[in-house]
Design a protein around this ligand. Structure first.
Ligand code: GAL
Length: 417
């Protein structure tokens, strides 16, 4: 009943003519999980942009990488009938909220801004529901990067590893010299970020699609999947003793300070490099995770726009419009480490890692090898994603065999589907 009423209010609001003047002195309450140094800088860009347009920012930050805690807090607010104006959400969660009828319609703003023409189709698939825009995409992140301390690599005569065998050889050399090869945060979403790199790097794009996008039991129980868990066991031997529970940005800091040589992490880690006034591609090298060349895993941070009262609607629509502004997309993504969610902006101001990301996205799109990230909410709904998380984290944090992990993965994913 209540949601019908909300839907009716939202429908009426979407017919309302929206003008920037109406948004003046209104506020938007924005939920997000951007609390690290680089993330904070990026959220500051968004806040300032809105304040310049006369819209006040009410911050609802919920710390926790990957956004699990934030999503739980968001649900509590929506269930209580008091959603924030906008919430950072990953693709599958956007879809879930749209299915529940909790999101407002952004079509007017999207048509005026030509979103259909400039947002890559893989991103549109999550920002639209039943042909209507419900969320504004602020970036395209690539979760499968390898970050390397340039000085450690130079001092030890190393070059970026291109395959998992090369990675192991590099890590073995570093370990023999007493250097921690891999900075690592032991949290399920981080472990799965690394695991999906290994799935793609060892299995290739078709295997990634079968094992993760299709959750195909034959792929999940295949010999390739055994090799994936074997590689995870190897990685376990390259991390320091204190990895359990470590936040991702603290792992990035280890690479920045030279306390570890490498980190496998999304390009939000580049935001930390920039915030620390170091130069990506020079002080901290980037290359795609071993074996993943030619494919592009992605995740996009959307601002899902919730059904709010008609009075709050103009500021909400102004926020959606502001997010898609081409120059805002450049400034924001320069700080965030990601690339713009539109394909018509100049990449001139971006560093080499950013330029490579955009070029690789275009090439992988042409080859049909762009896939959503499992760890970052673009491959499976939350329940199935959790099944993968649980198996990956249990294996990494125990001495479970690869075969036992594979058996458990097949069982757990089937039960969650
Ligand atoms: C991702 C999100 C990024 C970044 C990262 C670490 O899921 O898309 O924007 O915040 O988590 O929290």
């Amino acid at each position: 009943m209540r949601s019908n009423v909300l839907r009716a209010v939202a429908a009426a609001a979407s017919l309302m003519v929206f003008s920037a003047a109406q948004a003046q002195n209104q506020s938007v309450e924005v939920m997000h999980w951007w609390t690290s140094g680089g993330e904070g800088a990026a959220v500051g860009v968004l806040k300032q942009d809105l304040e310049k347009r006369g819209v006040k920012w009410v911050d609802m930050a919920v710390a926790g990488g990957g956004g699990e805690a934030a999503s739980t807090a968001l649900r509590a607010r929506v269930v209580a009938g008091d959603p924030p104006t906008a919430a950072q959400q990953l693709g599958m969660n956007v879809r879930d909220w749209a299915v529940e009828g909790s999101l407002g319609n952004l079509d007017d703003v999207a048509v005026k801004g030509g979103w259909d023409k400039v947002v890559p189709p893989a991103v549109q698939a999550f920002g639209k529901y039943k042909g209507h825009w419900v969320a504004a995409p602020v970036n395209i992140h690539r979760p499968s990067w390898l970050w390397m301390n340039a000085k450690i690599f130079k001092d030890n005569g190393l070059t970026p590893p291109k395959t998992w065998d090369e990675f192991n050889a590099t890590a073995d050399k570093l370990k023999a010299k007493g250097i921690t090869p891999l900075a690592f945060g032991g949290q399920a979403w981080q472990e799965t970020t690394v695991w999906e790199d290994v799935v793609l790097g060892i299995g290739g794009p078709d295997f990634y699609k079968k094992a993760i996008i299709d959750a195909d039991p034959a792929a999940l129980k295949s010999p390739t999947m055994i090799k994936v868990f074997d590689q995870m066991r190897k990685l376990r031997s390259y991390v320091d003793r204190n990895f359990a529970g470590r936040d991702w940005n603290l792992a990035t800091a280890m690479v920045l300070k030279g306390e570890a040589a490498m980190q496998l992490m999304g390009d939000w880690a580049k935001g930390e490099v920039i915030a620390a006034k170091q130069v990506p591609g020079k002080d901290i090298l980037c290359s795609v995770a071993p074996g993943t060349q030619g494919s592009f895993l992605f995740n996009t941070d959307f601002f899902a726009m919730f059904n709010v009262s008609a009075a709050k609607r103009p500021a909400q629509l102004l926020m959606a419009q502001a997010i898609m502004d081409p120059s805002f997309q450049v400034t924001f993504n320069l700080a965030k480490g990601s690339i713009p969610a539109r394909n018509d902006v100049s990449m001139d101001k971006f560093d080499d890692c950013g330029k490579q990301s955009m070029a690789d996205l275009k090439a992988a799109s042409a080859a049909n090898h762009v896939y959503g990230s499992l760890a970052h909410g673009h491959a499976q709904p939350a329940g199935v994603q959790r099944a993968y998380f649980d198996v990956v984290t249990k294996h990494f944090n125990s001495d479970q065999s690869s075969q036992a992990a594979v058996d458990e993965l097949v069982r757990s994913v089937a039960a969650a589907k």
